[in-house]
Design a protein around this ligand. Structure first.
Ligand code: SDX
Length: 431
C-alpha cells in the first residue's frame, strides 16, 4: 500500500536524503530504501535482517507483540479449530477460502498427484539406511526437476500451477518413503479414499501383512500440526526459497533449498533437538541445571523450542500445540509421559525466570510438536521432515507470489567489507 507522501529524512554529513515512508495494511511502516545507494552511495547494514522487510506479501502476517498469526487474514486459532490442511492449502495458494466445488476440485487435483514416478524409488536405494530423512527428502525434492520437465518453466503459469500441486501432493509420499526406507520396510502406496493426514499416517505406519486403521483423532491432530506449520512470513527457509526463486531456478530446486535451510536446529530442526533435550533432562529435578546452562553466556546450550525472532510474548501455535499434546497423550498407550511432565515444568520455571522474561523467551511452535509426534510413534528424525511437508504449501505460495510480481528482480544483497585494502601480489620467494 502506498504511503501519503510521507518521508524519512536521512542526514549524512549535513547532506539530506528523503526516503519514502509507506504504510502496510497492518504492521510497522516501512522506509523504502531502494534508491538509497543510487542517491547517497551508502548501504544499510542489517545482518540477520532484524529490521528489514525483504518483500511485499499478501499471504501471512505475524504480530509478535500480540502473538497473532494470520493466514490471508484468518487467525490460525480459528483455522486450527474450524478448517483442515487441504482447505488451508487452498487459502494460502489462492487467497480466499474455497467454496464446496473449489475445495472438492482442489482436493481431487492433489489426490491425483500423490504417487511419485516409479523410477524415483531407486533414488532411495542410493542412501544408507541410517541416512537422516532430511538428507533424503532434500535430495529427492531436488531430483523431482529431473522427472517433471513439463513443470519447470516458471514463466508459464500453468506449469507453475502443476508443479505446485505435484509438490504438495507428493511430499507426504516422499517423507513416508524416507521413513519406511530408514526402518527397512517396503514403501506403502497412497490410498486415494483417505484424506491428506490419514493417507500420510497410513503410508508411514501400515505394513503389508497387517490391516491399518487410521485413528481419526490422531489424524486430526496430525492435520492440525500441518496447518500450524503451513506458513510463517519471511522466515529463514521461506527467504531461502524466495532468493533461490529470484534467479529463475525451477520450483523443485527452490523448495529443495528451503528444505535444506529448515533443517538447521535454530529453525525447523528445533523440534527434533527439543525432544532430545527433554529426554536429556529426563526429570523435572534436573531442570535447574539446564536453566543455568541456558543462562550462561559461555555455554552454547540453548533451550530448544524456546525463543523467537518475532514472537515476544507467546507463539500462538505453541498454545494450540500444547492443548493437542494433552489430547493425543490421552489417546495413545505408549505415552512417554516424562517428556510432557518435563516440558510443562520447564515452561513454568522458564516463564517465571527474569532471564527469560527480559529476553521475551517463550515456547515456540517446536516446543510441544515433538511430544505429539513422539507419542504418535514417529522417531525424532522424522519431526523436521514433517515440518517440511507442512511448510511446502507456504514456500510454494510465497514463491508463486514472488514469481508473479512484475517488479521482481534477482535478490543480490551487498556487504560491509572489512577485509584487506588493494595490495600487490608478493612472490613466494619474498614471503
Ligand atoms: C522456528 O522465523 C520463524 O518464523 C521460524 C519459525 C517458522 O515457523 O518458520 O517460527 C520456526 O524456527 C522456531 C524457532 C525454533 N528454534 C529454536 O527453538 C532454537 C532455540 N531458539 C534460539 O536459537 C533463538 O531463540 C531463535 C533462533 C529462535 C531466535 O534467535 P534471535 O531472534 O536471533 O534471538 P537472539 O539469538 O538474538 O537471542 C536474544 C537473547 C540472547 O541473549 P543475550 O545475548 O541478549 O544475553 O536471548 C537468548 C540469546 O542468548 N536466547 C536464548 C534462547 N533464544 C535466545 N537463551 C536460551 N535459550 C534460548 N532458546
Amino acid at each position: 500500500m502506498s504511503g501519503n507522501n510521507r518521508v524519512a529524512v536521512l542526514d549524512i554529513d549535513g547532506k539530506q536524503f528523503k526516503l519514502p515512508v509507506e504504510s502496510p495494511s497492518i504492521g510497522p511502516d516501512v522506509i523504502d530504501i531502494r534508491r538509497l545507494y543510487r542517491d547517497a552511495r551508502v548501504f544499510t547494514f542489517d545482518p540477520g535482517y532484524t529490521s528489514t522487510a525483504s518483500c511485499e506479501s499478501d499471504i501471512t502476517f505475524i504480530d509478535g507483540e500480540l502473538g497473532k498469526l494470520l493466514y490471508r487474514g484468518y487467525p490460525v486459532e480459528q483455522l486450527a479449530i474450524n478448517s483442515h490442511f487441504i482447505e488451508v492449502c487452498y487459502l494460502l495458494l489462492y487467497g480466499e477460502l474455497p467454496n464446496k466445488n473449489q475445495l472438492d476440485d482442489f482436493d481431487e487435483r492433489v489426490t491425483m498427484h500423490t504417487m511419485v514416478h516409479d523410477q524415483m524409488n531407486y533414488f532411495f536405494r542410493g542412501f544408507r539406511r541410517d541416512a537422516h530423512p532430511m538428507a533424503i527428502i532434500t535430495g529427492v525434492m531436488g531430483a523431482m526437476s529431473a522427472f517433471y520437465h513439463d513443470s519447470t518453466d516458471i514463466s508459464d503459469p500453468d506449469q507453475r500451477e502443476i508443479a505446485s500441486i505435484r509438490m504438495i501432493a507428493k511430499l507426504p509420499t516422499i517423507v513416508s518413503m524416507a521413513y519406511k526406507y530408514s526402518i527397512g520396510q517396503p514403501f506403502i502406496y497412497p490410498k486415494n479414499n483417505l484424506d491428506y493426514a490419514a493417507n500420510f499416517l497410513r503410508m508411514c505406519f501400515k505394513v503389508p501383512p497387517e490391516k491399518y486403521i487410521v485413528e481419526p483423532d490422531i489424524a486430526r491432530a496430525v492435520d492440525r500440526i500441518f496447518m500450524l506449520h503451513a506458513d510463517h512470513e519471511q522466515n529463514a527457509s521461506t527467504s531461502t526459497v524466495r532468493l533461490a526463486g529470484s534467479s529463475g531456478a525451477n520450483p523443485f530446486a527452490c523448495i529443495a533449498a528451503g528444505i535444506a535451510c529448515l533443517w538447521g536446529p535454530a529453525h525447523g530442526g528445533a523440534n527434533e533437538a527439543c525432544l532430545m533435550m527433554l529426554r536429556q533432562i529426563g526429570s523435572p529435578d534436573r531442570i535447574p541445571e539446564f536453566i543455568k546452562r541456558a543462562k550462561d553466556p559461555s555455554d552454547p546450550f540453548r533451550l530448544m523450542g524456546f525463543g523467537h525472532r518475532v514472537y515476544k510474548n507467546f507463539d500462538p501455535r505453541a498454545k494450540i500445540m500444547k492443548q493437542s499434546a494433552d489430547e493425543v497423550l490421552n489417546l495413545v498407550s505408549n505415552t512417554n509421559l516424562p517428556t510432557l511432565e518435563v516440558a510443562r515444568e520447564l515452561e513454568r520455571i522458564a516463564l517465571e525466570d527474569e532471564f527469560f522474561q527480559e529476553r521475551h523467551l517463550y515456547p515456540n511452535v517446536d516446543f510441544y510438536s515433538g511430544i505429539i509426534l513422539d507419542a504418535i510413534g514417529f522417531p525424532t528424525s522424522m519431526f523436521t521432515p514433517i515440518f517440511a511437508l507442512s511448510r511446502t504449501v507456504g514456500w510454494i505460495s510465497q514463491w508463486k507470489e514472488m514469481v508473479a510480481d512484475p517488479t521482481q528482480k534477482i535478490g543480490r544483497p551487498r556487504q560491509k567489507y572489512t577485509g584487506s585494502r588493494e595490495r600487490s601480489f608478493t612472490p613466494l620467494s619474498e614471503r
